[in-house]
Ligand binder design. Structure first.
Ligand SMILES: *Cc1c(COP(=O)(O)O)cnc(C)c1O
Length: 393
């Protein structure tokens, strides 16, 4: 690259490889036998860009897309996606009419939600595509087992009246990232009981689904008709303590890079960044990286998170600020404008989002979903190519 091309490179960018996303979906398909793959693209595609990732995931063979809220599903439709989409998180008074008119599957946990959805279907003059969620032990959304027969009966009655078509019955696991945890078996048994109740009430849901990424990769008995994969779609391991992305055949799709803003020599004993929580042990070179917690770089990465500068692994020195952080690069030959990699696929020695998660005491989900702010997000790969600012999310 020439110097002038170098000068034009942006200050900080997130590069999302859409071919990796498509390949990850195709790898997941090959791992789950006959089950369909739903790519979960909520929360702006876990920070990767919902619309771009959705296209790449469809290209890779995802027959379904999953999002949390109705607005996300409508955004997919507005962008031209016409395939099956499921949503699962609402409050009373949501715009079910828009979801029904757009042919989006909505989820009910309660009799009241079934009634609200059926009423919306009447006013739209169309049948709602309805999935029912049972709480098999996560203790979050979904009908409790004791209430399940009533929810099923309400859905059956709404189906008989022509207001809804029950397309699926599903649940969600609490401990799938610990495959040996007894809750997994218990939840699977509870799910089978709930399916039997639905069957005996006359429901014939075409789709029965329970597994997220971790269960899709570690628990074949949980696959049923479809697996809902978020994290693995983006190439990150949902069971990092057991298997890395590479061991699972997945490629992390996101690389976060920036260019050094300032490089300077400082004497030993120099305090670095707010609070002087880091002091240079000897004369050294400090490099300022122009991203901070305003970009979702976790402040808990202060003095612990890894980066790659000049081909070497180094660590953040002192506190992460709103717009910037500092790296003590020692005597490495670096200059302002050089590139620093925060995390990437890990194939060239750079840290991964999983390395950041471990350093920051969190999970890789949070690292990639939070990162954004003033990073310029760019998509590469043949499964689509656009460039967007991610400031407003
Ligand atoms: C987010 C979500 C998923 C995806 O989970 P991963 O662990 O990222 O695969 C699946 N199902 C539901 C209900 C979710 O909310």
């Amino acid at each position: 690259m020439t110097d002038s091309a170098d000068q034009r490179r942006p200050r900080a960018r997130l590069v999302v490889d859409l071919d990796a996303v498509a390949d990850n979906v195709s790898t997941l398909r090959s791992r789950v036998g006959g089950a369909q793959v739903m790519a979960v693209v909520k929360a702006d595609g876990y920070g990767h860009g919902m619309l771009e990732v959705a296209r790449a995931a469809r290209f890779g063979g995802a027959t379904w897309l999953g999002v949390a809220v109705i607005e996300e599903a409508l955004a997919l439709r507005a962008a031209g996606d016409r395939g099956p989409v499921l949503t699962w998180l609402t409050v009373p008074g949501e715009d079910y009419c828009a979801a029904i008119a757009a042919g989006v599957d909505v989820t009910a946990y309660t009799v009241a939600e079934v009634a609200e959805i059926a009423a919306a279907a009447h006013s739209v003059g169309d049948r709602a595509r309805l999935q029912l969620k049972v709480d098999t032990g996560l203790g979050r959304g979904g009908a409790m087992e004791a209430d399940w027969p009533d929810v099923v009966a309400a859905a059956r009655a709404a189906e008989a009246s022509g207001a809804v078509q029950v397309t699926g019955v599903w649940s969600h696991l609490a401990c799938s990232d610990e495959p040996e945890h007894p809750a997994n078996d218990q939840q699977e048994h509870a799910f089978r009981r709930a399916l039997a109740v639905a069957e005996s009430a006359g429901l014939r849901p075409g789709l029965r689904h329970l597994a997220n990424s971790a269960a899709a990769l570690t628990r074949p008995s949980s696959h049923f008709d479809l697996v809902r994969c978020g994290l693995a779609t983006y190439g990150l391991s949902p069971v990092p303590q057991l298997q890395t992305s590479a061991e699972l055949g997945l490629v992390p799709a996101m690389t976060a890079r920036a260019r050094l803003a300032v490089v300077k020599r400082v004497p030993g004993g120099s305090g670095v960044s707010y609070g002087h929580t880091y002091t240079t042990p000897a004369e050294t070179t400090l490099a300022v990286v122009p991203v901070g917690y305003g970009e979702g770089v976790p402040r808990s990465g202060s003095s612990v998170a890894p980066v790659q500068v000049a081909g070497r692994r180094m660590q953040i020195a002192g506190r992460v600020c709103m717009d910037q952080f500092v790296v003590d690069v020692g005597d490495a030959p670096v200059a302002a404008g050089d590139e620093v990699v925060l995390f990437g696929p890990g194939l060239a020695g750079e840290p991964t989002a999983e390395d950041w998660a471990r350093a920051c005491g969190t999970i890789s989900y949070e690292i990639v979903t939070q990162i954004g702010g003033r990073f310029l997000r760019v998509h590469t790969g043949s499964a689509g190519s656009t460039s967007t600012e991610v400031g407003q999310r």
